[in-house]
Design a protein around this ligand. Structure first.
Ligand code: GA4
Length: 333
């Protein structure tokens, strides 16, 4: 059963209750796979509980994030700029997108992590790289489990068809830690009213969908994330530091021939408390072709997308603005 959590229940104008699905991974497998498919079709977004990831794996990475972001900006900039990996502040991507946040962007390749650790955590690089690696291993396993459940629920003959894409040693997956310092309501330093949404909050990270296959997100206890329904209604996501949220990315939308939807989401800043979130973006190797699984294509349901490699899709994503609908260029009809 998809259980809408009471805290995430909101009502639309027509007073229809909208709830973000919560999926309990300790449930029976056949039931679980149906729930995963339903949530990916309806929202492209759900919460997982009983995920089995030890609390310490999460808290150690959170502590490293807190320690890093509390440094002064000269020290943080020594981590290297975020083009493409390192520390970034306010700038998102190469085309002028801005947000009220700072972040660390890391490639999940072990060599890349150990190199970056030397500049991010100069006084304890080995400890930092072990903490990051443990977290990545844990969330990658969770992502694979969800992709296997999805494949089962879609009756794809090889249940590893989706998970093997991200398990490959050359996977181009990325880890991101975002830190959103609180932004006060209009003050003399913050005089631009156009920056504010809902009267109170500035945009921490603008509306977009993730280009990858699946995103596994965890945040501290501070809210701000909102997801858009397929009808364009924004739903606030209740923060839950002990659980994970799962997002369908554009590539999984293509692999399922549009049956799953990549979720558009954004983050608004808090006026008093800092938000910290960590996202694992599960991606294929650069040279992998992405096209609908054969099970998802029939005479009545022809392929909706031209095949493309992950490198081609990334290139398209980086050539556009954050909020652009980049899948449009690859649509067949
Ligand atoms: C969105 C998902 C990930 O955070 C990210 C982002 C990337 C970046 O911040 O460099 C992008 C954005 C994300 C999509 C479009 C392009 C690329 C910024 C941007 C304007 C790391 C990713 O892979 O795509």
């Amino acid at each position: 059963m998809v259980v809408p959590s009471p805290t995430s229940m909101i009502r639309t104008k027509k007073t229809k209750a909208v709830g973000i699905p919560t999926i309990d991974l300790s449930m029976e497998r056949s039931e679980l796979s149906e729930l995963v498919v339903k949530a990916c079709e309806e929202y492209g977004f759900f919460k997982v509980v009983n995920h089995g990831i030890p609390k310490e794996v999460i808290s150690r990475l959170e502590n490293e994030g807190t320690e890093f972001f509390s440094k002064n900006s000269t020290e943080k900039l020594q981590a290297g700029t975020s083009t493409p990996f390192g520390y970034g502040c306010k700038n998102i991507g190469p085309n002028g997108d801005k947000g009220d946040l700072e972040y660390l962007l890391l490639h999940t390749n072990p060599n890349s992590i150990s190199e970056r650790s030397k500049t991010i955590a100069k006084d304890h690089p080995i400890k930092f790289s072990c903490i990051v690696t443990d977290y990545i291993e844990a969330v990658k396993e969770l992502a694979c489990e969800i992709l296997e459940l999805a494949a089962e629920g879609l009756w794809v003959p090889d249940k590893s068809s989706l998970s093997k894409v991200i398990k490959d040693v050359h996977s181009d997956s990325v880890l991101r830690i975002n830190h959103y310092p609180p932004v006060k309501k209009l003050s003399k330093d913050n005089l631009d009213p156009s920056k504010f949404q809902n009267n109170n909050n500035t945009i921490g990270f603008g509306e977009h969908s993730d280009p990858q296959i699946l995103t596994i997100l965890r945040s501290n206890n501070v809210g701000g994330l909102q997801i858009s329904t397929q009808h364009g209604l924004w739903i606030p996501v209740h923060p839950d530091p002990n659980e994970f949220y799962v997002m369908v990315g554009d590539s999984l939308q293509v692999l399922t021939n549009g049956r799953f939807v990549s979720v558009r989401h954004r983050v608004l800043t808090n006026t008093t408390k800092p938000r910290m979130s960590m996202m694992y973006f599960a991606a294929p190797p650069l040279n992998w072709w992405i096209s609908p699984l054969s099970k998802m294509v029939t005479a009545h349901n022809p392929s909706l997308y031209k095949p493309f490699t992950w490198a081609q899709y990334k290139q398209a994503a980086y050539a556009l603005r954050l909020g652009d609908s980049r899948l449009d260029q690859f649509k067949l009809q």
